[in-house]
Structure formats: C-alpha cells, structure tokens
Design a protein around this ligand. Sequence first.
Ligand code: COA
Length: 259
Amino acid sequence: MSYQNLLFDVADRIATITVNRPDKLNALNDATIAELGRAIDEAAARDDVGGVLLTGAGRAFVAGADISELQSQSPLEGRRRARDGQAVFSRFERSGKPVVAAINGFALGGGCELAMACHVRVASEKAKLGQPEVKLGIVPGYGGTQRLPRLVGRGAALRLLLTGEMIDATEAHRLGLVDQVVAPDALLDTARALLQAMLANAPLALAGCIEAVHRGLDASLDEGCTIESDAFGLLSATADMQEGMRAFLDKRAPTFHGR
Ligand code: COA
C-alpha cells in the first residue's frame, strides 16, 4: 500500500509508521488521518507484523490537527471531522497487536491524543506534550478530554486542558502521561526493544490483555473481571497455551504461532 504523508516500514515483525510532514511539524490534515487509518489496518492484516511503532519525522511527533483545515470548518464539519478522527484513533487503541508511540518531539493537540490512543508511550527527553486547543477557542476533538483524565486523573487532566500549557517529558512522566523517558538517540531502539519483549509472548494473549484492559476500563470492576475470566478461559483452547506451559515445564523457550 502506498502513502503520501506516512512512511510504512516492516522489519523484524515490527511495522514502523512515521508521520511524515516535517515541514508542517507532522500536523494531521484529513488526508493524513485517513492514511493513519489505512496504515493501522494494514498492520492488523499483515501476517508478518506482530506490533506497531508510531513516531514522527523531524523535530515533531505530531504538532496537532492541521489548523489551516480547521479554521474554516462549519459546526457540522467540525463534528464530522472529530468523529472521523476519533474512529481512526480508536483503531489504534483497539488493535490486537501492541502499539508503542515513540514521542520524538512536539506531541500537541491531536498529537498528544494520538499518543494516548497507543498502548505504551516512550518519550525522548526533547518531547513536549500538551493539549493547547483552548488557546484556539476549541476543545480537543480526537478523544483528549476522555483519554487524558483516564491516564493522569481528573485534576492533572483539567490542569493541562484548561491552561493549554506545554509540559516537558519529565513532567509528562511524573503525571503518567508517558511511560518512559530516554535520550533522543535511544528513543527508537528503546521502543523497538519494548515491542520485541512483547512479541516474544503469545500473540492471542497479548490481544486478550489489550482487550480486557480497554473494555474493563469502561466497565465496573465486576464486569471487568468477567471480561478477564472469559479471556482467561478462552485462551485455554489455544495451541499457544499448551506450548507456553509445556515449554516452561521442559525448561525451554516457547515457540508461539498465534493459534
Ligand atoms: N497545524 C498546521 N500547521 C502547523 C501546525 C498545526 N497544528 N503546527 C505547526 N504548523 C506549521 C507552522 O504553521 C509552520 O509552517 P510554515 O513554515 O509554513 O509557516 C511549520 O509548521 C513550523 O511551525 P512553527 O510554528 O514555525 O515552529 P516553532 O518551532 O516556532 O513552534 C510549535 C512549534 C509546535 C510550538 C508551534 O508550531 C505550534 O504552536 N503549533 C500548533 C500547536 C497546536 O496548537 N496544536 C493543536 C492544534 S488543534
């Protein structure tokens, strides 16, 4: 599949998706959002892909939605744009294959929202994060008002949303907005190593964890535990469970096939 505004590269079972509009700090115009949707679908469909690394070209991860497109939108177009973007970001969040964001620079507005839709966030010491939409007279439209409080809690989320301030990677780590901070040169290798550690495990078990966490966060504890026990029971039907346990008892590394 070919892309205008993304790079898509597969190596060692990792699909690296790079948002590639560096002259516009990788701002998400509608075309780029649509390509992100196609790219995560391609990663999901390909047998040679086990996980996804998402990053940005140049000095930004993503500096937000493309303001030049937003400025002339009507109310109905705005709502449509937000719904379309939310649907694409949800596909990252619901991907059964792990998605790691490698935040190389600015992750603002839609960039911060895109990173939050990924499963794990690794940030460069140079990264800057924030939801500056109020400075433009809008609210976040790609899930930011919902995912930010789920990640950092209501108070910290409202602080960031209402001030629109930009925070550095250390502060983002302190808040729980990113999971790890590393030197800029180590960013991609760290994200790849993290994915490789995940990909050594049983693929259906990875998908089960992602789904249980994702669905469980929107459910009561009881309902969430039911989701978990269903997944726990279902995985007993897999060859990979047999292999994982046999390998442990045989004192060897398992070989998983995703079935
Ligand atoms: N939408 C459209 N274009 C954007 C953009 C965005 N969200 N963010 C950056 N750009 C463009 C700039 O217009 C500029 O284009 P130009 O060279 O054709 O003029 C280019 O990217 C470089 O940005 P610039 O502002 O010159 O870089 P900077 O280092 O001075 O500032 C930022 C960097 C990230 C602080 C600044 O670009 C910014 O505040 N961006 C908007 C962030 C935002 O509000 N995001 C939420 C949008 S809903």
